[in-house]
Design a protein around this ligand. Structure first.
Ligand SMILES: NC(=O)c1ccc[n+]([C@@H]2O[C@H](COP(=O)([O-])OP(=O)(O)OC[C@H]3O[C@@H](n4cnc5c(N)ncnc54)[C@H](OP(=O)(O)O)[C@@H]3O)[C@@H](O)[C@H]2O)c1
Length: 332
């Protein structure tokens, strides 16, 4: 089968499209003919941060949609012909404060979804939402699950509250914008791009601010109940400065640098809350899918690439050209 493989050289130089052996199917597994695969910034991190000169071939990719073409003898949840999506989180079944030991993400250390076939146990597969195309369904799971847990499980966002989303070009945050509007929250976004700010307003953002501007000045003193912080060092201090007293920051990413400094005295006087989050459990994935179907939400799909166009796809997301999600169209 055709697959994007990373091996030998660091970063994008180690990427190629190869013909590799199709995965076999064990008794609890389903084999999926991949129709589309979603791409995340994690895929860039995986190929740039793998140990130097990694020689073991790895198929990256955490998200996919497709059709079940074979089932193991113990599989009862799915049958050949079912249209499905893959749960990008492995080994986190039930809702909990943090993932259990052994939790992993599809696409490192084991092979991922940028291939014509993908095989996993049936408990890591869910039915494709009927209102979504294969491309839309493929880009949904990782980003939307992360947004869902950060906004609702951790951030406890409610109707009438205000949430701020810095860096709205993000696949995760465009999902968060759609989810927050669906529950009747007010949404403030930032971006480095005027064009992305206009697109965010078309999606329902109430206020749009350039990331490099003075947020407090632009918001004329308004503060927010909740802020999803995924940029890291470049924005963390500004994010902390815009939360109302007693408000919450949920952090799940560090697109710029990992280490930040802030004034702990201002923090405890303000009685702020800082919560970490990462993806979500299989239970939360099901809750998120129900929510998406109830509200007929479609993820913001920027564009898809062919597998052969992998260099362009990796550069596109690395350089933040995307507004929302991108993915690979693997099969017609
Ligand atoms: N912990 C988890 O489970 C989890 C899950 C998913 C994602 N993540 C992390 O969350 C982050 C977002 O993921 P994603 O897949 O949505 O990424 P993405 O689509 O690449 O979006 C990242 C956004 O960050 C903004 N940005 C990038 N560089 C910036 C800079 N130097 N200064 C200010 N803003 C900058 C850009 O927004 P503008 O172009 O609008 O300015 C960009 O669109 C990543 O760090 C990812 O690794 C974590």
């Amino acid at each position: 089968m055709k697959a994007i493989v990373h091996e030998g050289k660091d970063g994008f130089e180690g990427l190629s499209v190869q013909n590799v052996e199709e995965p076999s199917v064990s008794e609890n597994e389903v084999k999926i003919k991949v129709k589309a695969a979603g791409m995340n910034r994690r895929d860039v991190a995986v190929v740039t941060k793998r140990h130097k000169g990694a020689s073991e071939p790895l198929i990256p990719g955490s998200d996919a949609s497709g059709i079940v073409v074979k089932t193991g003898e113990h599989v009862t949840r799915f049958a050949v012909g079912d249209e499905v999506i893959v749960n990008p989180g492995l080994g986190w079944k039930h809702n909990s404060d943090a993932p259990p030991e052994g939790f992993e993400i599809v696409g490192l250390p084991d092979h991922g979804t940028f291939a014509e076939y993908y095989t996993c146990t049936d408990e890591h597969v869910e039915k494709k939402p009927g209102h979504l195309s294969f491309e839309e369904a493929a880009v949904l799971p990782l980003a939307a699950l992360t947004a869902y847990r950060a906004l609702f499980t951790k951030g406890k966002l409610k109707e009438g509250q205000t949430v701020m989303l810095p860096g709205i070009g993000s696949g995760v945050l465009t999902c968060a914008l759609l989810f927050a509007k669906a529950v009747g929250a007010r949404v403030i976004v930032t971006s480095r791009s005027e064009e992305k700010l206009s697109k965010a307003k078309e999606l329902g953002a109430d206020v749009a601010v350039l990331t490099e501007h003075d947020w407090a000045e632009e918001l004329k003193g308004e503060t927010v109940d909740l802020l999803l912080e995924s940029i890291g060092k470049a924005t963390f201090e500004k994010s902390l400065g815009i939360i109302r007293k007693g408000g919450t920051i949920v952090t799940f990413g560090a697109t710029t640098e990992d280490e930040v400094t802030f004034n702990i005295r201002q923090f405890f006087y303000g009685q702020y809350q800082l919560l970490g989050s990462t993806m979500g459990s299989a239970e939360e994935l099901k809750e998120m899918l129900t929510f998406v179907e109830e509200h007929q939400i479609k993820p913001q799909l920027d564009r898809t690439f062919n597998l052969d166009d992998y260099q362009h796809a990796f550069q596109y997301i690395q350089q933040s050209e995307n507004f929302g999600k991108i993915g690979f169209k693997v099969r017609d």
